[in-house]
Design a protein. Sequence first.
Length: 92
Amino acid sequence: MEREGVVGVPVVVSGWPTGRGEAASVENSRAYNAEVVRRAVEGVRTPRRAGVGVEVFLFNLFDENEKYGEEFERHFGIFGLDGLKDYDLNFN
């Protein structure tokens, strides 16, 4: 994007689905989100923006059974459609 003159655009959504898609699973979602949290807690920066802090927002806390789009789009939550937690995350 920088080659096109676009700078300072943050990535605002990141996550991994727990089901209904290729490579979508509770374990893959847990591993992905655990690594995102670890990097945030440890203050890991990106190589391109080593001096810039990174804000992290996990997408999404709850699965959404009325969300439009592909079926996997409904399954990004740490909590499933039944309201029960699919997996634990350590925020320390």
